[in-house]
Design a protein around this ligand. Structure first.
Ligand code: ZN
Length: 330
């Protein structure tokens, strides 16, 4: 049974877009065994880490399951949503998180990114241990090994090139599908909330409660003016941390995609892409950041390449971010 596999090579055959669509059709259908929400949350976690792959298209488990644990924690502990299709039972990961919460007397209101770093790390390790048994083999089996290989001993997975291209090309619509299917699943097995309310929670489940730490890094390292209009940055309250590639697309916070923007620019840019001369400016900014040693110790910066940012910009446009924003004249 594929679910119990420990090491599995990807099927080497080239797969077409049609093949990947048919796998997703299967995963999202009632034919696929979805007794828990694992598959939907794993797909969301892969999407969040699409631009964290190394040059071999590998992701280590820590990266993938940091997203997975965060999403689960926020759904299970913060929103109190059951993740299994049986009453009186709990999904393995769900029990793991609830036991941890009880043992450390953590309040329900605490979202994942507010937990101390040490606790986050311990939780991620526990979730990895659990997920090796149930999660990694399940989607591998559903997709006939077409989308990734994985190794539970070395704790990494490797996306196949055709699947990776597919995910970049259809990132937004796959995210919509995964969120919607997760909402439908949760609606069936939870008393509180309708699809619309659940979707809202799911769409925001990965959002950090504060970007303050990024603001301080950016301010201390180089930036004392608005990235877009050049207005001086005087205080925290009048300025924002802006996701250059909109958060609604990338769904993650990477230093190389974040800039300080004045409130006026941030508000009017909102969910749009900035004109491509700002792309060039950001690539130059990131090159400068990499010359500062302390930044190079950050995993997000280690995995950054100018090509990734360039790709991400192009794929944002092809995924529908076609409205291009420029700052208003001051
Ligand atoms: Zn500005």
């Amino acid at each position: 049974m594929s679910q119990k596999l420990q090491i599995a090579e990807a099927n080497a055959a080239y797969i077409t877009e049609q093949d990947v669509w048919s796998h997703f059709n299967y995963i999202f259908s009632s034919r696929s065994k979805n007794s828990t929400s694992y598959k939907f949350v794993l797909i969301k976690s892969l999407l969040e880490n699409l631009y964290n792959v190394n040059s071999e298209l590998e992701l280590n488990y820590y990266q993938v399951f940091e997203s997975f644990t965060k999403i689960y924690w926020n759904l299970v502990i913060h929103h109190k949503l059951n993740q299994i299709n049986m009453t009186g039972k709990k999904a393995g990961v769900q029990s793991e998180l609830e036991e941890f919460q009880t043992a450390h007397s953590i309040d329900d209101s605490i979202v994942f990114d507010k937990l101390p770093a040490q606790q986050q790390l311990r939780l991620i390790k526990r979730v990895i241990k659990r997920s090796k048994i149930n999660v990694m083999g399940a989607i591998y089996g559903d997709t006939k090994g077409h989308i990734y290989s994985f190794d539970n001993k070395k704790e990494y997975l490797k996306l196949t090139p055709s699947f990776y291209k597919f995910m970049q090309k259809y990132q937004k619509v796959i995210m919509y599908l995964a969120n919607y299917q997760l909402a439908l699943f949760l609606e069936k097995f939870n008393e509180s909330g309708n699809t619309e309310q659940l979707l809202f929670k799911i769409e925001n489940v990965s959002k950090r409660s504060s970007l303050d730490s990024f603001y301080h890094i950016l301010l201390s390292l180089y930036q004392n003016e608005c990235f877009y209009c050049g207005k001086p940055v005087l205080n925290r309250t009048g300025n924002h941390v802006d996701h250059f590639i909109p958060w609604s697309f990338i769904q993650t916070d990477q230093l190389w995609n974040l800039v300080i923007a004045c409130r006026r620019c941030n508000t009017s840019k909102n969910d749009k892409l900035a004109d491509d001369h700002f792309l060039e400016k950001l690539i130059n900014r990131n090159t400068k950041l990499l010359e500062i040693n302390i930044v190079y110790e950050r995993t997000d910066m280690q995995l950054y390449t100018p090509n990734k940012l360039d790709d991400l910009y192009r794929y944002s446009v092809s995924n529908g971010y076609t409205e291009i924003w420029v700052p208003r004249e001051t």
